[in-house]
Ligand binder design. Structure first.
Ligand SMILES: NC(=O)c1ccc[n+]([C@@H]2O[C@H](COP(=O)([O-])OP(=O)(O)OC[C@H]3O[C@@H](n4cnc5c(N)ncnc54)[C@H](O)[C@@H]3O)[C@@H](O)[C@H]2O)c1
Ligand SMILES: [Zn+2]
Ligand SMILES: [Zn+2]
Length: 360
């Protein structure tokens, strides 16, 4: 089958013929129908690194074509969406309903070696998924079934950008009706936080960004107010709009000065949620005195604190009911051979997300 292989840092994505093993144990083979271009894969391919050669791609949707003998949760013909959340299902965190912080995530990997090979040599499988390929072999724990009528491109985006953005609001912060929410960075993930805030019934949804085109899109997704932080001090603007500061601030940018501004936007009892990692030293200094006297908190958020088997079908149903906008996240559909150009086009502020839908 054809797959887009990354052979090393800065080597980009190159279409190659590689081999996929037959499913064993809990493995599920899928024919890939759509695969989203998330920034994190580009980061792995350009500066984070890891095992090479590798097939990346972790926003993947497809149809099940074969299952291993121990698979019980999906069957041939099911439409499925993958997630990079790897969980064992048996540790104390999994049993407590927090599979996103499973203590044994490697339980979903193949003990006998890689599922992919290239000229007989093993190829790493990005995040247990490897969706930049015509087919993928994935542990059943990393797959959720969605209705057949769910279109492929928006389905793929649910696996990372939607789980992360909407999940941060609905699961991690547990935003309630009437709350005041600030979304810093209205990109592919932040827009889903705006959608999540609408679902939660937030009273005020403020989006900040440095690009007007992103802010226009944020308004279309349901932001009640937008702030261009290039031209307006976002802390003052949020304080003016809210009077007392925000209940929840979500940082999808992750650079120190921006995160610090996020902290200054909080009202009494407010929470700052760290999601974006825009620089290796991303983080914040917290004054214990300010935090304790205002009962404020700072929380890191991994994958929107999502339970993928519950949340992926939930967002699919919200989309199918017309209650969640996923279509306008997709600016462009491309072929499997065009991933490098696809990532280039994400630099343009008029582009939200790019999805591979031509896998011929
Ligand atoms: N925590 C997790 O589990 C998790 C999961 C997925 C993605 N992420 C991270 O979330 C972040 C957002 O991802 P994305 O795909 O939406 O990226 P994106 O590039 O589409 O969006 C980032 C947005 O931030 C804006 N921005 C840049 N600098 C800004 C500033 N100073 N002030 C305000 N806005 C600014 C950009 O214009 C852009 O619209 C990335 O860092 C990504 O790696 C985290
Ligand atoms: Zn992602
Ligand atoms: Zn576990």
């Amino acid at each position: 089958m054809k797959a887009s292989v990354t052979t090393g840092l800065g080597q980009g994505f190159v279409l190659e013929e590689i081999d996929l093993a037959d499913p064993i144990g809990h493995e599920v083979r899928i024919e890939v129908k759509a695969s989203g271009l998330c920034h994190s894969d580009l980061s792995v391919a350009t500066f984070i690194g890891g095992a090479f050669p590798v097939v990346l791609g972790h926003e993947v949707a497809g149809v099940v074509t074969a299952v291993g003998p121990q698979v019980t949760q999906v069957k041939v013909g099911d439409h499925v969406v993958g997630s990079l959340i790897q969980y064992c299902g048996a540790c104390v965190n999994c049993l407590a309903g927090r599979s996103y912080i499973c203590l044994h995530p490697s339980a979903t990997e193949r003990a006998t070696g890689s599922r992919l090979s290239w000229n007989g040599e093993p190829v790493a499988q990005g995040m247990g998924l490897a969706g930049f390929a015509q087919e993928a072999l994935i542990h059943e724990n990393q797959l959720a079934v969605v209705p057949d009528e769910m279109p492929w491109a928006p389905a793929a985006l649910i696996g990372c950008g939607v789980l992360t953005g909407a999940g941060a609001v609905l699961n991690s912060a547990n935003v309630r009706q009437g709350d005041t929410v600030v979304v810093i960075g209205a990109g592919g993930v932040g827009l889903n936080a705006i959608s999540g805030a609408r679902l939660a019934g937030a009273g005020t949804i403020i989006a900040t960004d440095i690009e007007d085109a992103k802010l226009d899109r944020a308004k279309a997704f349901g932001a009640t107010h937008v702030i261009n932080s290039r031209t307006i001090d976002p802390v003052e603007a949020v304080r003016d709009l809210t009077g007392t500061g925000a209940d929840h601030v979500f940082d999808f940018v992750g650079v120190r000065p921006v995160t610090a501004q996020g902290g200054q936007m909080l009202g009494k009892g407010g929470g700052l949620y760290l999601i974006g990692v825009g620089a290796m030293d991303a983080g914040i200094e917290v004054s214990a005195l300010v935090a304790l006297s205002n009962s404020q908190k700072v929380q890191g958020v991994y994958m929107g604190s999502s339970e993928l088997k519950r949340d992926i079908p939930f967002y699919a149903s919200m989309y199918l009911q017309g209650r969640m906008n996923l279509d306008d996240l997709i600016t462009k559909e491309i072929g499997l051979a065009d991933i490098n150009a696809g990532y280039d086009s994400l630099k343009d502020s008029s582009t939200a997300r790019v999805v591979i839908t031509d896998l011929s």
